[in-house]
Design a protein around this ligand. Structure first.
Ligand code: F6R
Length: 632
């Protein structure tokens, strides 16, 4: 999704803004731009380009890319855009300026009442050059400044009163050349504090970690003025000053490096054995030792609440998430219901937040989110917090907004995931959820299930080695990708705990290869989707050894009888009598039934990857997608 950066200090600003934007570019974007205060002309110069960041570098004047000869204070902002209002054009790219060029700003989020505001401003003679909601904010702010004697902070307070929707704003004012202004409402924004009045701004800490580990997290409704002499003047939603809290974060500089792999996605698929090892580290040490999960909350005062205690006085679990995180949650529903004997609901956050769900303090709500910033999951989580439910964020970003608002945080420890298409975070989420399920079983003393835990712990501890075996022979999947890459539609089927892995397999394929794909339970096939089947529709079946293997075989037979091309992804020999059912068979190692969705997902990820690569698609940054979806 869009990314914001800003800088106030004495370093050469253009390269710094571009490099900071580069740290956010993996999240998906379609255009970019920067604005820099020019100390000579006393104007704010804006540079923009569509497409890759290099196109922006190409339009920058050469002298901007070298160290300035004089040591004047440098102030500037930058943005990479993921289009919401208006096509990805130079006109629609940020930064946007007000009618008189007094105000220049960048924005993440969506202004819901922009059309209404725009009509009023047009009536006053303001001319719009873009289709964006953001330009409305720039004009409106200039309009408000006129009636506030150019006093910026009261103008921001009034701006906030008039804007409806979500925004992270970073603003410059020509009349205040040494200052940056920021405001946050339902879209993340952080301030990095450097030495002696040097400040950075970013929509994600990732853009700051190579500069500083001193971070101020803005909360919803807060806004601030940053300057060398005045420091950070922070205000709350009621416009009163707020004490500034600086957090020292642990992260060192992040290396975003393909390490010789052709794409980040492939690298991340190959990282999965280590991701599993890391997710288990110190949480289970042997098949007989109990599970321990620390609360990884970034809020010091909350550390006293243990994850185990949060799961005690509850009689219902509600899991919320979107996309891949939702699919991971569905796997956990099967496991937690089995091991804890407690009802588990799995909910798509974007729907849940607009329902009137029955929630109370006997509910444990688990929000699953790689980024910890997904707007729909965050709002569904806030609904749960307001209802008094106990809340846990299971995330790859323990510094995220979700992590700062919940009672307990479980870090899935997948490491930075650069490819827009989630792979290793999915596996890490399921492992963390399995640990949570086992821990609940132990702490709640579900006696009839305790005997099943050692086998599952052992299976998880040996999973990395099985994954490595799977990853050492990818040629059959490369061949499969070449054979089926030109089909326009595919079905993925599975049953039981592997059913969510079929949904995830279909999601991966459509995301990066743009081949239409749907996931179904093998049982559902005959209730509708079977009408689609003929020789033009390949069916990938995840056939895992376990309780529903035979049922799945029958479902595969039913599909073959309709002339579908059948691909089995299986960890068990196909029995006698089914030789002609399958056109292709991909094997993965034999494993514990609960581990099958984890191990069986690897060949499905690779199938999608090699298909997209064969078709020449932009694997790491698929069209129309963004890594962190911070708008509704
Ligand atoms: C798919 C994918 C998305 C995300 C979804 C939720 O590859 O990445 O479906 O899973 O947008 O994102 P998070 O997990 O950050 O909340």
């Amino acid at each position: 999704m869009c990314g914001i950066v800003g800088y106030l200090g004495y370093k050469a600003i253009a390269p710094l803004l571009v490099e900071s934007l580069r740290t956010l570019e993996y999240r998906g974007y379609d255009s970019s731009g920067i604005a820099i205060y020019n100390n000579g002309t006393q104007a704010i110069n804006i540079y923009k380009a569509t497409g890759k960041l290099q196109n922006l570098v190409d339009v920058l004047p050469a002298d901007l890319l070298i160290e300035p000869p004089t040591k004047n204070l440098q102030v500037g902002i930058g943005h990479i855009r993921w289009a919401t209002h208006g096509a990805p054009t130079v006109e629609n790219a940020h930064p946007h300026h007000g009618h008189h060029g007094e105000v220049v700003l960048v924005h993440n989020g969506i202004i819901e009442n922009f059309d209404e505001l725009k009509q009023v401003l047009q009536g006053k003679g303001y001319v719009f050059n873009s289709q964006t909601d953001t330009e409305t904010v720039a004009h409106l702010l200039e309009d408000i400044l006129k009636s506030h004697h150019n006093d910026f902070l009261p103008a921001v307070a009034e701006l906030r009163r008039q804007l409806h929707g979500a925004y992270a704003l970073t603003m410059m004012h020509k009349q205040a050349p040494g200052k940056l202004y920021v405001a946050r409402q339902q879209a993340p924004l952080v301030i990095g504090v450097g030495n002696q009045g040097e400040y950075w701004v970013a929509s994600d800490v990732v853009a700051l970690v190579s500069h500083t580990n001193q971070i101020i997290y803005l909360e919803d409704g807060q806004y601030a003025e940053l300057s060398e002499e005045g420091g950070v003047k922070l205000f709350g939603p009621d416009n009163t000053p707020v004490e500034v809290k600086i957090h020292t974060i642990q992260t060192g500089p992040l290396t975003i490096d393909k390490k010789g792999y052709k794409h980040f996605m492939l690298k991340e698929i190959y990282e999965q054995p280590d991701v599993v090892r890391n997710a288990l580290l110190e949480r289970i040490t042997s098949e007989t030792s109990p599970v321990f999960i620390a609360n990884d909350t970034p809020i010091a005062e909350k550390e006293a609440v243990s994850i185990a205690s949060l799961t005690q006085d509850v009689d219902r679990v509600i899991i919320i998430g979107c996309g891949t995180s939702y699919n991971a949650g569905m796997v956990a529903k099967y496991l937690i219901e089995e091991l804890v004997r407690m009802p588990v609901e799995i909910e798509a956050a974007g729907e849940y937040r607009y329902r009137n769900p029955v929630l109370n303090d006997r509910c444990l709500v688990i929000a699953i989110s790689q980024s910890g910033e997904t707007a729909d999951t965050l709002e569904a989580l806030r609904l749960a917090i307001r209802s008094g439910a106990k809340t846990i964020a299971l995330t790859n970003r323990p510094d995220s907004t979700m992590a700062r608002e919940v009672d307990g945080v479980i870090n899935v420890r997948a490491g930075v995931e650069v490819s827009v298409c989630a792979t290793k975070s999915f596996v890490a989420q399921i492992v963390a959820l399995y640990l949570l399920g086992m821990m609940m079983c132990e702490h709640r003393g579900v006696t009839e299930k305790l005997a099943e835990l050692p086998a599952l712990k052992k299976a998880l501890l040996t999973l990395p080695v099985l994954m490595e075996a799977m990853l050492s022979n990818v040629e059959p999947l490369q061949k499969l990708a070449r054979k089926y890459g030109h089909y326009t539609s595919m079905l993925f089927i599975a049953r039981g705990v592997c059913f969510p892995a079929a949904l995830e397999g279909a999601l991966k394929l459509k995301e990066i290869s743009y081949i239409h794909a749907e996931g179904y339970s093998g049982a559902e096939l005959k209730h509708g989707p079977i009408a689609l089947l003929d020789e033009s529709m390949p069916v990938v079946s995840l056939l895992s050894d376990g309780a529903v293997f035979d049922k799945m075989l029958s479902n595969c037979q039913e599909a073959k009888a309709r002339s579908a091309q059948m691909i089995a992804v299986t960890n068990k020999a196909i029995p006698h009598g089914y030789e002609t059912t399958f056109d292709d068979i991909i094997s993965y190692p034999a494993c514990h039934e609960w581990v099958s969705p984890l191990l069986g997902s690897v060949p499905l990820q690779l199938l999608s990857y090699y298909t997209a690569e064969f078709l020449g698609k932009d694997v790491d940054q698929p069209r129309n997608l963004a890594k962190s979806v911070t708008v509704e």
